[in-house]
Design a protein around this ligand. Structure first.
Ligand SMILES: N[C@@H](CCC(=O)N[C@@H](CS)C(=O)NCC(=O)O)C(=O)O
Length: 217
């Protein structure tokens, strides 16, 4: 959800944000997103879900700085990092650690320590791979300018830093910390963060524990 908005800010595309918190399990929302998730983009009569599809569409369909390298190898690396986030970062850092350690406890739901314990080495490995990638003397993940990949990684790593285990791991990866600081200083990121309301517990997450809580795999 944050990725889509970050990309819209980075492209300088004006947009209206519709919060679906109260609508997640309604028929209306299922029509927008058959899997009942966010984000969903509406552009005129065109509706699109899945963050990768939305980010690439926004980058291609609107004026503004390109967030995709023209060089095929850099573009491939950008796509590799988007895939890395979806497969190796987001599920473990967010679904397994942040949900269990922060989102559920805020709602009075006990966390499952086995899920967290199983996920932490996977988070550590994912961070070590990113740390090595950022050691190639470049400011951003695939070069000296941010691409869609940087906007993909930012919200997950930011949220991971909200829980003690994530904060502690991030203290041990100086390249990633430097990258997080450069990302935080980008005008589009400053602009996006200024639009965020104060954090409140995610009420509809009560249903996640029945619908899609991770088991240990
Ligand atoms: N592969 C999907 C993942 C979507 C997803 O899991 N979104 C989360 C928020 S970032 C969500 O909808 N959570 C609310 C819920 O599960 O009810 C994408 O990239 O759009």
């Amino acid at each position: 959800m944050s990725v889509a908005r970050l990309v819209l800010h980075a492209k300088g595309v004006p947009f209206a944000f519709h919060d679906t918190e109260e609508e997640m399990y309604t028929t209306q929302h299922r029509q927008r997103h058959p899997f009942g998730r966010v984000p969903v983009l509406q552009h005129g009569d065109f509706w699109l879900y899945e963050t990768t599809a939305i980010a690439r569409y926004v980058d291609e369909a609107f004026e503004g700085p390109s967030l995709t390298p023209t060089d095929p190898r850099r573009r491939a690396k950008m796509n590799q990092w988007i895939g890395n986030l979806d497969a190796y970062f987001y599920p473990y850092m967010i679904y397994h650690v942040v949900h269990e350690r922060m989102i559920f406890p805020e709602l009075g739901i006990d966390s499952d320590p086995a899920v967290v314990t199983h996920a932490l080495p996977k988070c550590e490995h994912a961070l070590s791979v990113l740390e090595a990638e950022l050691s190639h003397a470049r400011a951003f993940i695939v070069g000296d300018r941010p691409t869609v990949a940087d906007y993909f990684l930012l919200p997950t790593l930011t949220a991971f830093g909200f829980v003690p285990e994530g904060k502690e791991m991030l203290e041990r990866v100086p390249m990633i910390r430097g990258w997080l600081a450069r990302m935080a200083a980008l005008p589009s990121v400053v602009e996006f963060r200024a639009t965020l309301p104060r954090f409140r517990p995610i009420e509809h997450a009560r249903r996640w524990s029945q619908h899609h809580r991770p088991g240990v795999r």
